[in-house]
Design a protein around this ligand. Structure first.
Ligand SMILES: Nc1nc2c(ncn2[C@@H]2O[C@H](COP(=O)(O)OP(=O)(O)OP(=O)(O)O)[C@@H](O)[C@H]2O)c(=O)[nH]1
Ligand SMILES: O=C([O-])CC(=O)C(=O)O
Ligand SMILES: [Mn+2]
Length: 596
């Protein structure tokens, strides 16, 4: 690695359109006082140098080269293993623009707080300048950013997760605009940790964490919080959604976007392998994205979607050859694992892998089951999407793919059936707005607590939820051909506390019903909460569902839903006049028919 003392490489000097970037980098360097500055070009040689350096200083541990070529284990600080929602802020001029769904600080206070933390924080470190593009490099739907960071681990992850380096810098030079993200791991002290967003200035400042969603600023900070704010004013949507293509035996492919909260099944659905009978008939699922979706109406009025990411930052625990063989194949080489355990021969290991046995736990200690799980429940893999066997050729399509169905879903042990269809767009927006889910290990705090997580965007919407739902409703207009909206719940439990639905590959059965509904080829039973399939409408052949399972997965509990709709009404009222009246009206209409 070169020890550049100048703030920008010599070749930037003649590039006048990079002046704003050069100037910002110089300002940041003056504030943070790094020993050296390195502009990342994204090359293999640069990555090899960084990786060698991280191996030498212990940031990366080499895994078994025979079983997992060019793959690494990173152990984070044990207090830095998940997103920190209580330390994540949206700094808008007016507090109401951030809404009750965000922690707020004034932009002036936010900058003051962060600049104090950043002052001198890179002394003795190298500052990396990371230009990146979210989305295919040639797509009009893509957007660029630059992350400045003092973490080589972040650089290596950003290289996998985004189109990073020289091509992104060239696009920034052409466009002149980019999102500014400043990041330092600081002291990794949870008391000196903040993730701060300034959507009006297209700026992010993140301090004190090296963990994915807090530190890989292209991901949640840019592609969701800043982008959702931009999307509102520019007429598009930035969503916490997977995108998949479902190919049927006739060879038609329908594209589906689905929003499930963190650690609630997006990666798994996006990489689904159909059950054997379906596979024989010619069904196939193509993966476009597993976490984020940007979409907007195209010339023909349909919604077109791209995946702004280039890699997967996926949950390791639970990933096995049975549950998600595509993911397991994807991570078989050139992967960075974070906070997983290791076997005696240095293979990565996690709970639910189904083979091998842990010897060293995620903290680096000898494994002892009395210390809890061997892998951290939020341990992750970072891997290029191009390694996924089901990666769709359309994933690189600059125009995106047309969406036939939007799916919302949560982790609900009780009440919520396997699947239902919204009657129309307004009802669908209410279904998304009313989403509830039990919390997971993806964020610090209690796990298993039911909370409202509208459209899986509670931690990620960069502005007031009232305005956000209004923006969603605004797509219901002449000229827009809207997809159908559905709701699913893979996580319904029986009286014995076990999941009633087999899930994973068998979720194809639910996707099949949805696409048949889109084409007018499948039946449903109308209820106040939406249209539910009966076991005649959806293919449950070959599954051994108990009577309890059938009743709970395909039934509708009127009394339970009455209480749920009271709670939804309360939630909507928390947003005062910013909540669109149309959602109040829809909630009341349904509450009334539930009362009949
Ligand atoms: N029972 C059951 N569990 C599932 C299913 N799909 C996923 N899971 C489990 O849910 C956990 C998280 O799933 P992911 O697919 O990684 O979640 P995600 O939505 O991509 O999460 P983020 O990356 O945090 O946004 C894993 O432990 C999975 O094994 C399913 O259909 N049924
Ligand atoms: O960004 C992260 O940290 C991982 C993720 O997808 C989520 O938490 O939803
Ligand atoms: Mn996510």
């Amino acid at each position: 690695m070169n020890n550049l003392s100048q703030t920008a490489p010599a070749e930037n000097a003649g590039r006048s359109k990079l002046a704003a970037l050069n100037e910002w980098v110089a300002q940041v360097a003056a504030l943070t006082q790094p020993d050296a500055i390195h502009w990342c070009d994204g090359s293999d040689a640069e990555n090899a140098t960084l990786v060698a350096q991280m191996e030498a200083d212990g940031t990366l541990i080499r895994l078994n080269e025979q079983t997992h070529p060019r793959s690494w284990l990173h152990r984070s600080h044990p207090d830095d293993v998940a997103r920190v929602e209580h330390l994540t802020f949206v700094c808008t001029t007016a507090q109401d623009d951030a809404g009750p769904n965000n922690h707020w600080m004034s932009p002036a206070d936010g900058h003051a707080k962060m600049d104090e933390l950043f002052a001198g924080c890179m002394k003795g470190r190298t500052m990396y300048v990371v230009p990146y593009c979210m989305g295919p490099i040639d797509s009009p739907l893509s957007r660029c950013g630059v992350e400045i960071t003092d973490s080589p681990y972040v650089v290596a992850n950003m290289r996998i997760m985004t189109r990073m380096g020289a091509p992104a810098l060239a696009r920034i030079e052409r466009e002149g605009t980019f999102v500014r993200g400043l990041h330092s791991i600081g002291e990794l002290d949870p008391n000196r940790r903040f993730i701060m967003h300034f959507p009006e200035e297209l700026t992010i400042k993140s301090y004190g964490s090296g963990y994915g969603g807090n530190a890989l600023l292209g991901k949640k900070c840019h592609a969701l919080r800043i982008a959702s704010h931009q999307a509102k004013s520019e007429g598009w949507l930035a969503e916490h959604m997977l995108i998949l293509g479902l190919e049927n035996p006739q060879g038609e492919t329908h594209y589906v976007a689905a929003a499930f909260p963190s650690a609630c099944g997006k990666t798994n659905l996006a990489m689904l392998i159909p059950p054997e009978g379906y596979r024989k008939d010619g069904w196939k699922v193509w993966t476009i994205g597993d976490d984020i979706c940007w979409m907007r109406p195209g010339a023909d009025g349909r919604l077109y979607a791209i995946n702004p990411e280039a890699g997967f930052f996926g949950v390791a625990p639970g990933t096995s050859i049975n549950s998600n063989p595509n993911a397991l194949k994807t991570v078989s080489h050139d992967t960075i694992f974070t906070n997983v355990a290791m076997t005696a021969d240095n293979q990565p290991w996690w709970e639910g892998l189904g083979e091998g046995k842990p010897v060293i736990d995620w903290r680096g200690n000898d494994y002892d089951s009395s210390n809890g799980p061997a892998a951290h429940p939020n341990s992750r893999f970072t891997v290029s999407a191009s390694q996924c066997p089901s990666y769709s050729p359309r994933a690189e399509d600059a125009q995106g793919v047309p969406i036939s169905a939007i799916v919302f879903g949560g982790r609900r042990a009780s009440l919520v059936p396997l699947v239902f269809e919204a009657r129309d767009w307004t009802h669908g927006v209410l279904v998304g707005a009313a989403m509830g889910s039990e919390t997971t290990a993806a964020a610090t705090g209690a796990v298993g607590v039911m909370r409202r997580d509208p459209m899986a965007m509670k931690p990620f919407c960069g502005y007031n939820f009232g305005d956000y739902f209004g923006h969603w409703l605004s797509f219901d207009r002449e000229g827009v051909k809207l997809p159908k909206i559905f709701h699913v719940n893979w996580f319904r439990k029986g009286d014995d506390g076990k999941f009633l639905w087999p899930g994973f590959g068998d979720n194809l059965r639910v996707l099949e019903w949805m696409i048949k509904r889109v084409k007018g080829e499948a039946g449903a039973q109308e209820t106040p909460i939406g249209n539910l399939p009966t076991t005649d409408d959806i293919n449950v052949e070959g599954l051994s569902l108990s009577e309890e399972a059938k009743a709970k997965l395909f039934g509708f509990d009127r009394t339970g839903w009455r209480a749920e709709f009271d709670s939804i009404g309360e939630f909507l009222r928390e947003y005062g006049p910013r909540m669109p009246q149309a959602l109040h009206d829809e909630q009341q209409r349904i509450a009334q028919s539930l009362a009949e």
